[in-house]
Design a protein. Structure first.
Lengths: 547, 407
């Protein structure tokens, strides 16, 4: 299973290159030699236009700021839930990861109902302040950052928790006994151990923010970033310029990946022995309850959009307009959803596709991460390929897949997958690879190679070493990666709209369908089911994960 | 590399050594934390790896079963006609039921998406088309697809019944319904006597900061309205600058360019703005569902958009696709859409007494706008890019510099 010799690792590189790199190359070649043939001119036009450079600069600083903000929220939360013991910690610890599972399309409307100008929170605050005008507007760079930080802190949160679950408490005790203060212990002991996990979270956050489309599109207003600029070019029929913009964005993402890789290499990875007694601070009774209150308060705040969604699903259509609270509640929307088998089909489709994609991404991501962790040329190539699916905007990636897999040319390594039920789950799988791969890499960086060697020297075979030693140690990291992969696939809209077929119609398309007919309530009901199933998957995975 | 070599040597040396399983298990157990759960009896000898693999196996089995099940659903021997459409379920369910009743050997399968996505898809699938019919969307985007050779030529029997302007050269696509941009306002916020009568009324002080506009780049409806404004300016004096100035004044009135229609309706309904421009069918649908939306046709004329239909080039089921094309434009198909889904038929030869009352009222009230449609269509991309760069969000700056092309 784990390629040991060189050729095995290169075979893996070839597989990843075929799955990830090939579609991008095919599309790039088509763009460069396209029938319009104006890409060269488009490059010149791109370089000469100040608004393009402005959008590029904004994309970069928004992404950097997102990483910073997400870390500021996610890391302390990770510490809180990994280190402190208080009532409700387990359940809450899973729930606060849910912002990443805000359902597509309708989740934004929940935000509008909550924080938008006519939103519940906005109106409440406005009334308290006695102001005639709404106290804030959800628009511009601030709004983008807010939404980004809200949905992406989860990367830092999950990865920090996973790393701390494997953290050897004896290390800090030793440091303490040697007289190191709290700050010194954190800086000199804890942080180096966390570094691989934080690095992985930073890379994922940066790439996600760079490729983020919905938040800038919906809340940016005239604040343009690269992703919205690409759409604008496309809608103006300037396909060449859109392709140049996509290539530039992808190049920046890849440069970011390489830079991150350099930084990681410069810092010696902190490996540790496997023994990791889960040590939690057991504060006094009062402090424990205070923590619990804070934890519940925080979780409530973070889950407000999801709760709003639940309320929306109970509101008859077009009835909640200028009132503070919905004037009427009913189960009509839910009856529509539960009324027919057909209404449940999108859920079943999304569920099986997300499950398959997660399982596949887990196995492939883990295998690739093992190879990448060994370094060498094959390792570096593997690692770069692992990050690639997020380096390209999702729409461009979906179009690349659709183009590449629309012909049957086995000699070119192209097979006919368009129109079959296999393409969409495959796309989910590939798109999930950065999450599972990065998570596994972060976990491997914490793994003491001596453990595996010991097992092997005791006569355990490869498979048994993997099963009994490696996987148990990596479990928290893999679970974190699997969660992100599952959520991304389960709620995906951008890949789905380009690749879905009649037999693989996912929930997000059903939500879109309902929104078109102003069935916001039914769309919200689907959103609630989506969130509920995601939460259930979390609690299931998290139960095993608990240490 | 060193580690790898080392591991292999150790492994080779150790090969054949008997190790009691229990000891290995102890080793593994020691790596797991001693939380409460560790004391819960677990399946003996089953590590996490086994469970992961079992999970994968179950997942793979699930896919297989699901795939088989889905394949079973589709395999009823009928011709599977695939339609890519931006039309909503409201129309497509009707069309599907009625068309399948008339053509029992065909299974109509529609995939709903925006018209830009239909275009993207048809383009990326050109080497091996999956769709048979592209049903719905403004003719401007069909024109782009036609220019790229993505559409197939076919002249349906009803072609002569739609206006000549609704027929594409080479019979590549045909108008089926008429999309009519109208002035829309929130009835709860705007009294009837205050409601706008013409496009210019949106510039009145009453609507300062109260106008919501769907992001015009993303919307065929808004592109058409803006194109009309600019084409009229160009016709008056040869320059579109006065038109851009008008749009800059509208930009000043505009509170927000809204990303999609669903959000636009929510915001209008919840009082974030008072007025907008949108197309009639959606508004009638909203009204039917209780939304407080009033509408008026602009007195200076309504730009008419041809919502079109086309065969996809290389369609796998051409015969069924042609049958669908025939049905959409047939008298029965047109009347069905008018009666049940608020579509205005493109055909002009339908007997007036067969049309539903609302459609007759609309046709009586609506006056088509008089402007150079060909000019607007031809320059649309260029004009909208210019608007995007120089007008959007810059209405105040443009007004301050004196307008009339001043910078």
């Amino acid at each position: 299973m784990i390629p040991r010799r060189g050729w095995g690792r290169w075979a893996l590189v070839a597989l990843l290159a075929w799955l990830i790199g090939w579609p991008l190359l095919v599309t790039l070649a088509a763009a460069l030699t396209g029938e319009t043939g104006g890409t060269g001119a488009a490059f010149v036009e791109f370089a000469q236009r100040p608004d393009e450079w402005l959008a590029l600069g904004r994309s970069l600083w928004i992404s950097a700021a997102t990483v910073l903000l997400s870390a500021l929220v996610g890391v302390p939360l990770g510490f809180l839930f990994a280190r402190a013991e208080f009532p409700g910690r387990r359940v809450l610890g899973q729930l606060v990861a849910l912002p990443v599972a805000l359902p597509p399309l309708v989740g934004v409307i929940a935000f509008l109902y909550l924080y938008g100008e006519s939103g519940f929170a906005t109106r409440v605050v406005g009334r308290l302040l006695g102001a005639a005008e709404p106290p804030w507007r959800l628009a511009g760079a601030g709004a983008i950052l807010l939404v980004h930080a809200y949905s992406m802190y989860v990367y830092f949160y999950l990865f920090t928790r996973a790393a701390l679950a494997r953290f050897d408490g004896a290390l800090t005790e030793a440091a303490a006994s040697l007289g190191a203060g709290a700050w010194r212990r954190f800086h000199a002991v804890t942080l180096p151990v966390l570094r691989p996990a934080l690095g992985a979270a930073a890379v994922l956050t940066f790439l996600t923010a760079l490729g983020s489309f919905s938040a800038p599109y919906l809340f940016g207003g005239s604040f343009r970033v690269m992703t919205t600029q690409i759409l604008a070019s496309k809608q103006n029929g300037d396909v060449d310029l859109a392709e140049v913009e996509t290539v530039v964005l992808a190049a920046i993402a890849i440069a970011g990946l390489l830079l991150a890789r350099r930084l990681e290499r410069d810092s010696a990875p902190a490996r540790q022995r496997g023994v990791a007694p889960a040590r939690r601070a057991r504060p006094g009774r009062a402090a424990r309850w205070a923590l619990a209150a804070a934890g519940w308060g925080l979780a409530l705040l973070l889950l407000l959009p999801h709760l709003t969604l639940l309320v929306m699903s109970l509101v008859p259509r077009a009835s909640w307009t200028t009132e503070l609270l919905p004037p009427a509640l009913s189960l009509a929307n839910w009856r529509l959803l539960g009324g027919s088998l057909e209404a449940l089909r999108p859920l079943a489709s999304s569920l099986w596709m997300a499950a398959v994609a997660t399982a596949g991404a887990l196995v492939l991501g883990f295998t690739a991460a093992r190879s990448a962790a060994r370094g060498g040329a094959a390792g570096r190539a593997t690692e770069l390929l692992l990050g690639l699916p997020w380096a390209v905007p999702a729409t461009a990636f979906a179009v690349a897949l659709a183009t590449t897999w629309s012909v049957h040319r086995p000699l070119e390594g192209r097979f006919l997958l368009v129109g079959t039920a296999a393409l969409l789950p495959l796309a989910y799988l590939i798109r999930a690879l950065p999450a599972t791969g990065r998570a596994a890499l972060a976990g491997l960086a914490q793994l003491d190679p001596g453990l595996e060697e010991a097992a092997r020297s005791l006569g355990a075979g490869k498979l048994r070493t993997l099963r009994r030693v490696t996987l148990p140690v990596l479990r928290p990291a893999l679970a974190a990666g699997a969660m992100l992969a599952f959520l991304a696939a389960f709620g995906d809209f951008v890949l789905s709209i380009v690749l879905y077929t009649y037999s693989t119609r996912p929930v997000s398309i059903e939500i879109l369908s309902n929104l078109r007919l102003q069935e916001t309530g039914v769309a919200a009901a689907y959103g609630v089911v989506l969130t509920g199933l995601s939460a259930a998957a979390f609690l299931l995975l998290g139960r095993e994960r608990e240490g | 590399m060193e580690r790898e070599a080392h591991g292999r040597v150790v492994g080779d040396e150790a090969r054949g050594t008997q190790v009691v399983e229990g000891e290995v298990m102890e080793g593994a157990r020691a790596t797991t934390p001693r939380g409460a759960w560790a004391r819960v009896p677990r399946m003996r000898g089953r590590g996490f790896g086994t469970r992961v693999m079992a999970g994968v196996a179950v997942a793979v089995a699930a896919i297989g079963a699901a795939a088989l099940g889905l394949a079973g659903c589709g395999g009823d021997g009928r011709v599977a006609l695939t339609v890519y459409t931006p039309h909503g379920r409201d129309l497509m369910r009707l069309m599907e039921a009625e068309f399948e009743r008339r053509q029992p050997e065909v299974d109509l399968r529609y995939l709903d998406m925006g018209s830009q996505e239909v275009y993207d898809r048809v383009r990326s699938e050109r080497a091996n088309p999956q769709a048979d019919v592209w049903f719905g969307g403004p003719d401007s985007i069909f024109a782009r697809a036609a220019a790229e050779g993505l559409l197939a030529s076919h002249r349906p029997t009803w072609a002569e019944a739609v206006p000549e302007a609704s027929r594409a050269p080479g019979d590549l696509y045909f108008g089926t319904y008429r999309t009519l941009p109208v002035l829309v306002y929130n009835e709860r916020a705007v009294a009837l006597e205050e409601a706008p009568h013409d496009w210019d009324d949106l510039l009145a002080p009453r609507f300062a900061g109260r106008v919501l506009i769907r992001d015009p780049l993303a919307s065929g409806v808004m592109r058409t309205v803006f194109g009309m404004v600019l084409a009229r300016a160009a016709a008056d004096g040869g320059s579109i600058e006065p038109g851009l100035d008008w749009l800059a004044r509208l930009d000043l009135q505009t509170k927000e360019y809204v990303a999609n229609p669903a959000l636009l309706f929510e915001k209008l309904m919840r009082g974030e703005g008072d007025a907008t421009i949108w197309e009639l069918t959606d508004i009638l649908l909203q009204r039917q569902q209780g939304a407080p939306f009033g509408y008026r046709f602009a007195t200076s004329g309504t730009p008419v958009i041809d919502d079109s239909v086309a065969l996809v080039a290389g369609a796998p089921h051409r015969d069924a696709a042609i049958a669908f094309l025939e049905f959409v434009g047939s008298e029965a198909g047109q009347l069905l859409a008018a009666e049940r889904a608020f579509r205005i038929p493109a055909r002009t030869d339908l007997p007036a007494d067969r049309l539903p009352e609302w459609a007759r009222e609309v046709l009586a009230e609506m006056r088509p706008a008089d402007y150079d449609e060909a000019l607007a269509a031809g320059r649309s991309a260029e004009w909208m890019a210019l608007w995007d760069r120089t007008v959007r969000g810059r209405g105040a700056a443009r007004a301050a510099s004196g307008g009339q092309g001043g910078r």
